[in-house]
Ligand binder design. Sequence first.
Ligand SMILES: [Zn+2]
Length: 342
Amino acid sequence: MRLGILTGAGLLAAAVVLTGCDSPPDTAKITDSKAEAAARLKQSKAAKIALARKVKANELGQIPVLMFHRIIKNPATTDDRTPQQFRSDLERLVKEDYVPISASEMVTGKINVPAGKHPVVLTFDDSSPSQLTLNEMGVPQPDTAVAILREVAAKHPGFRPAATFYVTRDMFGKTVREEQAQTLGWLKDNGFDIGNHTRDHVNLHGRSEKEVEDQIGGIAKQIDDLTKVKPNSIALPYGNQPRKKEWALHGKLYNHAGAFLAGYTPAPSPFSKAFDPGGIPRIRVMEKKGDCAQFCSAAWLDWLKNNPDMRYTSDGDVSTVAYPKFKNPYLRKSFTTWSLPY
Ligand SMILES: [Zn+2]
């Protein structure tokens, strides 16, 4: 808006110079358009606030970041989900007004979901073939995570098929360089987010800085060589941070805006002071039983549903951070310009 006014005034000044000084510059007109622009701005801000209030927007609220591993018919560990379970996991998210965003979008604050909806981040660790295997025509095989996610999204317009795949040297079971390039290239071409999960899936806790750099930088370089993608987030194997958590964020061959853990709560909004880019919690996907009675997805989604004031709810405008004024002290300073308290 401000740019528009300057351009207009600049053009007017140029026109005066070109036509000589016979007619004085029309300052009244400039003042008018400035006042009009200010009025328009105020009006649009009032409309934005009214909408934010109507949908109870809370962009300082919490976001569930769900952690998946393999999607297989016969689960071997409690980390695995069957295709049928994964379908119903997604159907529940649809029903409860969640819209998937990628980890990359979350850590950079580009949360573009419609007014009144809630972002959810779907993450897949370990680059297993059960997440993505392509046939010879480049089509995902039925019952892989990607195929199921795309089916559910096609059935429910507005439910974006967005997800982040945390890759190790396992590379979706592909050992031939060309096949690795096909698989990663498919993810990139179809709008999926590729993240770093270290080269050899090592526990970074207790490793030297050089070893940490080598593990994270090694797979970063391989991903970049294969498909010209530089991941901007990492999922720490076993959820363990290195001795200095910054080592996971920045190295010679990588620059991450966020490092994700393996448990056990919803994550703070990236606009909130509670957000720590070096340790963003995730939630294991599991029914309410055993040690998942409280701290896995079924329990947390129940909790977020029953505590809507704690949950991130969008105002539908990616360029603002809308929230009830009461929460003002929790706004991260760097987002002040975009803040829309109501
Ligand atoms: Zn892992």
